[in-house]
Design a protein around this ligand. Structure first.
Ligand code: 9YW
Length: 442
């Protein structure tokens, strides 16, 4: 462990213990009292450094919430959370009563999903345990979870990609994990909001300023989209026919490619059937082809596509670097890295640390404090760091890790950071921030 970050590892462990609910971890102490899907995957990556058993249970408790369609829901609810502490509780989603495929889960769930970091996390648990006393434990966890992970990826490759494009369709900005990113502005503007019951915003009570959270207009649209999904009884076919927000998400799709690479390795470790391995290989190729087709030569980035307008969503955000995460040709990687380190992203000389902001400061819709419209998110830095390492960009990866740890040493384990001042924003003691720090420091 690096000396200059002494004490940070223990601090990160303290955060994860504080948020430990016994077998699973709430995303944040107050703002997010439930188990979130992609948070849990990052949390498992951090927990792997403390032992395989608890890391594995982070994922198995999440997988207990899996629908029979293969979908891993974006929230598995905490039955003990104070009533009204999070805007849309289990009663609002009514997943089990509206959809037969959600009826068998031990804890109630939401009906959306989030980026599939899970197979990456599962493999990481095994890699960290290999050669230690935990190896058998980690192997049996992989054997037990393999079918669930395969079903999850199959769901994404079929229900969420009936076109066979290699790109995942999302039904709601929450599914992207980058909720209020300007990526969704245009597609959301085309959603006509109908009659909504009045609602309160508990999230605003847990941050210093409302500007750190999505606006009222955005929330109206978020809730309206959930209402429409409920009316479709969460049936994929009905949603595809009638839903006003259907978008091919490049970041989600790239994470799926990376997760499929991890799943191939898992399938070998557990001795899965050769035809599974071949099928996953086809998903990987299709994913990379799909992402290639979304590259926009003018902006130099990969763009999401609005299926309703059949237009690309032209805005410079961190998601545009998706091919770095999925893996791509050397030529494309060189072009993307040039842009990533240019003044349009991490090379902007006003930045407190050279870390990529969620939205380019050169975008008109950039906002340095507003959630996914500008702040730096440590988990995104971790994803890029991992991709750089895999691509053999050791020097850049080491710099990204060091700057990220400096950011956390100065600001604590915040949810996100103001890019120019380094001010910590959103929730304190955010679990996934502590978890990626553990991985960096171990
Ligand atoms: C919300 C838990 C979640 C993350 C998302 C992030 C935020 C929930 O928090 O969404 O209600 O705003 O956008 O990616 O999983 O950390």
């Amino acid at each position: 462990m690096s000396d200059s970050f002494a004490g940070m590892f223990e601090e990160a462990v303290r955060v994860l213990r504080r948020n430990d609910m016994g077998g699973w971890t709430r995303a944040a102490p107050e703002l997010y009292p439930h188990q979130w899907s992609w948070d849990s995957a990052f949390i498992a990556i951090g927990l792997a450094r403390l032992g395989a058993r608890r890391a594995a249970s982070e994922l198995t408790t999440l997988l207990d919430g899996q629908w029979t369609t293969g979908k891993i829901p974006h929230i598995v609810f905490n039955p003990k959370a104070p009533p009204g502490s999070y805007l849309l509780g289990p009663e609002h989603w009514a997943s089990a009563s509206l959809s037969r495929s959600a009826s068998g889960t031990p804890r109630p769930t939401s009906a959306l999903c989030q980026p599939p970091v899970h197979a990456i996390a599962a493999l990481r648990i095994f890699e960290v345990a290999r050669g230690t006393a935990d190896e058998d434990e980690a192997r049996s966890f992989l054997s037990g979870g393999y079918a669930n992970l395969l079903a999850w990826h199959r769901y994404l490759a079929t229900a969420r990609d009936p076109e066979g494009s290699g790109l995942v369709t999302i039904y709601h900005p929450w599914e992207s994990g980058t909720d209020n990113s300007p990526r969704w502005d245009e597609a959301l503007a085309n959603v006509k909001v109908g009659e909504l019951s009045p609602y309160a915003r508990p999230d605003l009570g847990f941050v210093d300023e409302p500007s750190e959270r999505p606006t009222a207009e955005e929330y109206d649209r978020y809730l309206w989209l959930v209402d429409l999904l409920k009316r479709s009884r969460y049936d994929e076919g009905r949603i595809y026919r009638s839903h006003p927000f259907l978008v091919k998400d490049v970041l989600f799709s790239a994470i799926l490619v990376a997760a499929n690479e991890a799943l191939v390795e898992i399938s070998r470790i557990v001795g899965a059937r050769e035809r599974d391995v071949e099928m996953i290989g086809r998903w990987i190729e299709r994913g990379r082809r799909g992402l290639d087709a979304c590259y926009d030569g003018d902006l130099g980035l990969c763009l999401d596509r609005d299926l309703r307008s059949d237009e690309p969503l032209r805005v410079r955000t961190i998601a545009g670097f998706a091919p770095l995460i999925s893996g791509c040709t050397d030529t494309l990687r060189e072009k993307l890295l040039l842009l990533l380190y240019s003044g349009t992203f991490a090379g902007d000389d006003r930045l407190r640390w050279p870390l990529p902001p969620s939205t380019s400061p050169r975008e008109a819709r950039f906002h340095p404090r507003a959630y996914w419209r500008g702040p730096v998110w440590p988990v995104i830095s971790w994803l890029l760091w991992r991709s750089l390492k895999l691509a053999g960009e050791e020097g850049r990866a080491a710099d990204l890790r060091r700057s990220s740890l400096e950011q956390l040493a100065a600001g604590g384990f915040a949810e996100y950071f103001e890019p120019f001042t380094g001010e910590p924003l959103g929730s304190d003691d955010q679990s996934w921030t502590a978890a990626v720090a553990l991985d960096w420091l171990a």
